[in-house]
Every structure is written in structure tokens, then in C-alpha cells.
Design a protein around this ligand. Sequence first.
Ligand code: ZN
Length: 327
Amino acid sequence: MRGGERAPEAAGDTLAYAELKAFEGRAAAVAGRGKDPVNASMIRHWCEAMGDAHPAYTGPDQVAPPTMLQAWTMGGLSGHEGRSDAYDALLALLDGAGYTSVVATDCEQEYVRALRPGDSITFDAVIESVSERKTTKLGTGHFVTTRMDVRADGELAGTHRFRILKYAPAKKHGVAGERGSAGRREAVGRRPRPVINRDNAGFWEGVAAHRLLIQRCGDCGVRRFPWLPGCNACGSAEWDTVEASGEGTVYSYVVMHHPPFPAFDPPYAVGLVELAEGVRIVSNVVGVPYDKVRIGMPVRLEFLRVDEELELPVFRALADAASEGGS
Ligand code: ZN
């Protein structure tokens, strides 16, 4: 094996770097074809989703936002013809060597010429590079960079580089299904921890005190949730809080069936609860079977002790609504 940093586990020890390097320059997609020509409808949807009102993206001289580049090449659920076997073979080789996890790390785009409605899109993709074995905080593995050349009516319009890390997870994080220590299995089965930062710390302090706190703009008085540093209505950074009364109704909900995650036991209902104070919060609806949750159902706040360090606000279906569906 090569010198330098060694993986803490056995993954990859049987895999020679030359075997991976041989994939560089091989095609990842050949003669791909965009499913739709560049068109005003997709541009409009994109701009609405991004909140981008730049005038160049409307009107008679309309161009597509450059960052839409990848949107024109996406295969959707049904995929694309022209995908080469090389990329799959490379991933299979890495899987086989124990680098079974994958994370997208970054993407770079270069824009060569503007895209306009009516342009028809073709593309090719190549496996540009496979890195030597690297150890990151996530684990040890190889970075794989693919480059897609996007053409409009046959002319190069831009390139899109996409990099993933195929890796064997560092042991300390644990992975589902791993047969480790009891403590590790326990960590795997725990509900994810909230990310607490200076913008939302006050919310979690409230939860710890069994108070559901909503931010209120110090200038215009608009209430907001989840917590944000500024007001969506007026932009002010001044705010205080109001405590939710705990009364609310189910504004909408989904029932999660898939994918299963060790800490959860599907199917279960995730509700979007509209609080009496007018803001909405995503949480679990408890005290009612998942298939009896209904839009408009009255619910009341309570605090669920999940484990020794995590407590969460959840919403209990009120007795009248819950009794309809039994316990
Ligand atoms: Zn405001």
C-alpha cells in the first residue's frame, strides 16, 4: 500500500489506486439530450423558487439564469439514455472496497454562452478525476469528479463539475446496521439532534423551560417561526418573543412511510400545525393513529422527553378529535 495517512479500518486495503485512476477520462454520459428545450415556463418557476426578479429573465430578450445550467440536463425519475457503464462500475468498485457511503461535496459551473428559450440541449459527461485516498472528518475514501459539457444547439454553453466523496464512515459516527458496541447502536437509534446556533438558541432555551417561543418583530410586530435573525416583512433585526398559548390546529400533514430511519418507526404522521398566534410549526401529532390525523384537527402543545438530553414540542390531538379514531 501507499504511504501517508492510512485508513483506520480495512476499507480499501485491497483496492489499488491505479485501478481507480484508470477510470479518469472515461465517459459518464454520452450524447445526453435535455428532456425539454430551454423554455420560459421552467425559467419562470426557477425564478419564483429563487426569488430572483432580475429583468433579464423575462420579456422578449429573455435569457435563462446561468445557474439553471444543470436543470436543463436533469433526467428526472425516469433517467436518461446514454448513461455509460463506467460511472456505475467505478461506484461499484468503491462500494466493493468498503467505501459504501456517498456525499456530494461541491459543484462548479462555468458559463460560456447564454441560454435562451428554444435552445435544444445536449450534453456529455466524463469522469474527470478520482483522487488518491483521503481521510476526512466523515471517513476515508476517494473524491470522484465528473465534468458535464452542456451544449445548446451544438455549441458549448457551459460546464458543470460535480464532486462526490465515496467513503467508509469513520467508526465513531456509527452506521445503520453496523454491529458495534451497545453504545454505538444506541447512538444510531437516537433521534437526530437539532442544530442549535445563535439564531435559534432562544427557541431551544424556551423548549427546555417548556415554553414555545415565537419571535415578534420589534418594528412591525409580525410574528415569525421558525426563528430567523431578521423580519421577512420589514427586514428589521429587532425582535422579542411571545409565548405560544399551545392551542393550534393541523394545517397540513404527511405520513412518512419511506425511507426508514433507525430512530423512527414508520408509518408516522408529521404535522404542520398552525398555532393560535398565526405561525406554523412542523412537529409530530401524538395521541392519535397516524391515519386519523386530519386537516383542521385541534391540537394542544406538550413537551415530549425523547431521551436524556432531547426534549421536543409535539402536539396532542384533543380528545374529541382523537376519540373518533380510537386511542
Ligand atoms: Zn418586521
